[in-house]
Write a protein that binds this ligand. Sequence first.
Ligand SMILES: [Zn+2]
Length: 549
Amino acid sequence: MKKYSCLIIALISISSFAQNKQSNNPKPSTSSLKPKLVVGIVIDQMRWDYLYRFYDAYRADGGFKRLLGDGFSCDNTFVPYLPTVTACGHACVYTGSVPAINGITGNNWWDNKLKKEVYCVEDKSVQSIGGKSDDGQMSPNNLWVTTITDELRLSSNFHSKVIGISMKDRGAILPAGHAANAAYWYDGKSGNFITSTYYMKEEPQWMQQFNSKKVADSLYDKNWNLSLPRNIYQQSCDTNYSAYVKQLYGKEPVTFPYNMQQFKGKDYTKILSTPYGNTILGELAKTTIASEQMGRHEATDFLAVSFSSTDYVGHAFGPNSWELMDTYAKLDETLGSLFDYLDKTVGRNQYTVFLTADHAGAHIPEFLDKHGIPGGRMDDGDIKKELNSHLKEQTGIAKLINAVHEFDIYLNHTAIDSAKLDEGSIKKNITQYLLKKEEVLNVVDKQNTSIVPTKIREMIVNGHNPQRSGDLIIIAKTGVMDAGKLGMSHGVWNTYDSHIPLLFYGFGIKHGSLKRETYMTDISATVAALLHIQMPSGCIGKVIEEVIK
Ligand SMILES: [Zn+2]
């Protein structure tokens, strides 16, 4: 008996020793494994090379130099699908998925099932909140997969707060995902940030107050002056480009300073195509963080910020303009001020930032031409008109083309079938017609993509969805774009449209850079790994391991 009691005492002491040992090494709480806040930043139309081409415009205490100096830069990140446009870019960054899977095949598409034009985030079943116009009838309902922000909400039993903000509706809605607490976008008619009944019945008090301040008016008051000495712009940019850029601000000549006071209290759309669109959004980001206590909850919060004015200014003036360089100089200040604010409120190294772009952009064809570099223009609308009249001549049937978006040609299958036409011959006819054009490199039947190099082929396949894509796609010659008569655009496979910046900074992020190729689809996969949460449901990207500590 005595023997047994000794054994029992010994067992008890071993087990209590084990317990003590356990309590000396407590399991780390999950909150120390995660940042308090993730700030996802998308700069609309930012080319990767702007990090370096405009380096002299960035301040030591600004945003870009902080990310480059202390963060991690993936220097060869590419968009892996077509078309390289805003809606597809925001959807891909936040879903790690491509149009073929996530359903966002363009800013607009012809829906082969619904037989009508669709805008990427339109939703007539919801109403505007915060403004009277129908610009609020928007939701993420056309997006078929989850976002990294949805996954964060799911992982925390919806305790994580997720908010998307942008000057563009699609720039706020697609990143915020399906289960967001809110998405707010700018309404140029009222100058207010609005939302829809998809998210809420009424805007919070703080947003109503922000709107009533009419920040746009105080920015218009400053006019648009250059931030830096003129020689810095002269070094990096074209000096005579007024003949081929868009005049956006009334009848004024294309030269600094621009008179913005003329729009005060009258026209709130003009602010979009000035650097001040980014300034307002930077202010809204700080107000959102303060008012919603972002980064001060038990669970990780997520603020998705998409700066759109870089795209508007880029389209009008092009990558080699003083206007664009100055827009980046001012954006750098806005980013610097946002990071300082995050340091103060959430705490340095308590938040993680990633910064990328939804797509890049091309040089203005006439600017290229001035220097003997190939380029050109070809218009989607003109192609549709021409093809329809050519096919009518050939077959006697009108409107055999439903739509052309980003050189993607949607056949009218109903008309083809009811006239008992042979689809193969129609496609052949279109191809032969288009190949005669100077600007066309090739015309690809989506059923047979093997006729183009692997890189282009992959981008076509990743971008193709039978319900929301066309049947034939034009691959234009290098430098050719759908941009009207002035300014520039983007949307094609070439590196100038598909090479984007990708920077990570803050909690859990190493310092360094990477030269190997990475993809836009890898962003969500990497953020999921950092947050220890599931990747989005349609994610095809890979974790960029080098980034994470
Ligand atoms: Zn654009």
